[in-house]
Design a protein around this ligand. Sequence first.
Ligand SMILES: Cc1cc2nc3c(=O)[nH]c(=O)nc-3n(C[C@H](O)[C@H](O)[C@H](O)COP(=O)(O)OP(=O)(O)OC[C@H]3O[C@@H](n4cnc5c(N)ncnc54)[C@H](O)[C@@H]3O)c2cc1C
Length: 382
Amino acid sequence: MQSMVPEKNVLVIGGGLAGLTAALHLNKSGMDVTLIERHGYPRHKVCGEYVSNEVLPYFDWLGVDFRSLAPSNLHTLRYTTLSGRAVECGLPLGGFGLSRYAMDQLLYRVALARGVKVIFDAVREVGYHNDRFSVATASGSIYKAAMVLGAFGKLSALSKKGKNTDRSSSPSVGVKAHYRYDGDFPTGEVSLNNFSGGYCGVSMVENRQLNICYLADYASFRKSGGIKNFQQNVLNRNRFLKEVLERSTILGQGPISVGQLSFASQPAVQDHMLMIGDTAGLIHPLCGNGMAMAVGSAKLSCELVVGYLRDGLINRREMETGYQKAWKDAFGGRMWAGRMLSGLGKSTVLQGLAMEAVGRFPLLLKKMIESTHGKPISVKGL
Ligand SMILES: Cc1cc2nc3c(=O)[nH]c(=O)nc-3n(C[C@H](O)[C@H](O)[C@H](O)COP(=O)(O)OP(=O)(O)OC[C@H]3O[C@@H](n4cnc5c(N)ncnc54)[C@H](O)[C@@H]3O)c2cc1C
């Protein structure tokens, strides 16, 4: 089956936070945009679900208001270590806690209501020839487009086809669930709790559900023999975490997990596609801010796509080099900080020492937040 070929259409591959945000931006800019997503909505995702407020001015511009979903208001970061230390620090811009289940679903609904075409299918291959893209899907459809944004996240088989992609190694595993907390949980707090070979984030999302999400070294996770044993034998050694877990009752169908997480660097432009969100590189979640980066990179890419396709101000090459530069300027430093952290994670001893140091010197915690958060995301002329 061959689809129609509108002249200046954009295809977005992947409808997570980055892809949905980009689709809304392009739609608002009057462009013809089609989004291809392989799963339905709503859907739970492994994520700490803390979102930095730096995204809010941009979502105001896009006309998306998360307040209707009653997210929690987060203002303090608490950091605890295995040796029983706890330090706190204010989050400079603050943030909010909202499940990806609710957040992605809202963005999807808004996109649909505004006329974004959404196709549920899995993209298998992307070709580029004579200034046009050809996108083949699992169902056998082929879509032609003037521009493609790659927003297929950290794990897609599609990303493994590309160059310079080292996602096959599996250094880390992520596990998440929502819980009902028995007691008075400090609702404004995000806590990061260190354990041997990883850390666990705890914070409230909407409806007083507690998100408990951890990232663990894959080898020790496997050795422990599953989620239950890991909680018992590893997580519970952090007494703060033990206390939280003892008072929490799991909701829904239980924990979800994701493996093969790699923090290797990825190209921001690949085969003429502009890569946004985790497709351009997964930041270590201890930096806690991958979602703001997904949203920020969507914005950067869309401004350039509009400049190229709609306004004709730049050519394709300028759009691509412009994006590479803009991405590096905005996120290069944060990715470096993230890679340092994931490098430390390769040695449990080294990571433990570094984590203890953060617990001893609160200034280090402040520095860590500063190096992984950015300024509020705004649009030119806002
Ligand atoms: C353990 C852990 C905890 C985290 N905690 C936080 C946190 O607290 N705060 C924060 O800001 N960030 C956090 N992050 C990072 C954050 O989750 C990601 O940065 C964010 O989800 C990136 O969004 P995305 O749109 O790039 O990718 P995704 O949300 O993964 O979206 C990609 C989409 O592409 C679709 N897709 C993939 N392949 C195809 C294909 N071939 N065809 C069609 N569709 C396809 C997928 O189905 C998916 O919907 C965490 C990450 C992990 C692993």
